[in-house]
Design a protein around this ligand. Sequence first.
Ligand SMILES: Cc1cc2nc3c(=O)[nH]c(=O)nc-3n(C[C@H](O)[C@H](O)[C@H](O)COP(=O)(O)OP(=O)(O)OC[C@H]3O[C@@H](n4cnc5c(N)ncnc54)[C@H](O)[C@@H]3O)c2cc1C
Length: 441
Amino acid sequence: MEEFKNRPFFSFDRNYSIKTFFKEPNKYEELEKISKDNDKLISSGSNLSYSPLSFGENTLSINFKRFNKILDFDLEKKEITVESGITLAEFLNYTLKHNLWVPQLPGYPSLTLGGIVATNSHGKSCANHGTIRNSIKNILLFHKSHGWLNLSKNENKEIFELTIGGLGLTGSIVNITLKLSNLNAQEFRTKKNYVKSLKHCVELIKSKSINENSYIYSWNRADGSEHLGEGIIFENSPEAKKEKIHLVPNTNFKYPFLPFFSLWNKISIKIANELFLNLNKLFSINKREAFTKVIFPFYGKESYFYFFGKRGFLESQLLIPDNKIDEFFDQFRFLFNKHNPNITLLSFKNMSGEQKFLRFEDTKICMTIDYTNIKKNRIFMDEIDKVCVNLSILPSIIKDSRLGRTTFESCYQEVDDFRNKLKSFDKLKIYQSETSKRLGL
Ligand SMILES: Cc1cc2nc3c(=O)[nH]c(=O)nc-3n(C[C@H](O)[C@H](O)[C@H](O)COP(=O)(O)OP(=O)(O)OC[C@H]3O[C@@H](n4cnc5c(N)ncnc54)[C@H](O)[C@@H]3O)c2cc1C
């Protein structure tokens, strides 16, 4: 068993760091012993969450990296049971051989399935396929006080519901049984549509998301008020090809030296935006693209994150109700003109589902914004928080490491229900992270 004491941990956005402890068991008995010997625990996968979800002060992080086996596969039933530390790359290298996968996979190959289940993550086609919740059949959980528990819709239903998107607070997810879907595609056909404004973009995304086999999202400019919202909508549809896909399950985020200052500033953002837009307008509006490029858009482009340097960045992801979108855009534009924030990425997609507990899920428009980590951007984000509260917009807990308890409690209607149910399951609040403490969970 690997063990580290006082090792520095960073949230993926680098906005929070702390020296903490972690252990990496590779046997079930080791997991039981670690859990027995420590008072405060939290499970961790690849620790690639933007927010500090898998570590915290005076908490031991249990890393599930060595629990990465495929335990059972039933081709006829289209079901697979895996250990929770398996990465998406390891998982897909196995299932894609059988033209099967799970359509709700988030965008990087070294994320683990345990992390994805505990954050109820989603993929590119969330307008049609919703979040990972829709593909989960069974979970095997280990809890310091309750021991081994089987969770499903028929067994320990309440804990099953709390665990999906429950940020690891109900215990350690050890195995997951997933329902698989057909995917006879090793490539995607990508169509591009030019959009001139925020409003135009959202209207087009909504009309296109009706097509069941498409993965639709946008890239929009936010480098100046005159171009705000101008951009491209990408529409990817699966296409078959003879060669099989093989993904490399490593992570490219380990930089020995990060720049002291962010290389993303007003000038570099503007140049990158102009280039990206014009290259996309110039080159084929209808072309074939590799599976990895479409499903894992940042794979091979990790330098985007490196450019933020030592101070890192901030991300905000918001779910906006259809009937509030115009009002939101008016207020967003007003605040944008007032504060002139440095936004490096703006993107939209449509999402479907039902909001419950801590889950970032609903039938709404999903907006993603990346900022450099500087004071004026934080002020802008605080102003947007107030707009979220007023317009019933849902901010993501897993993406925004700066999100405060007041905004969170105003936007998440079911937080008290989650707290009460968790408390009656685990009075001692054994599983804790920086995020759970910040949000009072
Ligand atoms: C480049 C990149 C792209 C991304 N794209 C998307 C996207 O498209 N859609 C999306 O929804 N998200 C996306 N994410 C976010 C990502 O899906 C989640 O943050 C995911 O949880 C990270 O997985 P991880 O293995 O790093 O988990 P960690 O960061 O290690 O853990 C995340 C949470 O899961 C819990 N957890 C982990 N393992 C276990 C376990 N075995 N038992 C119990 N709890 C556990 C932790 O306690 C923590 O609360 C992206 C992240 C990155 C870095």
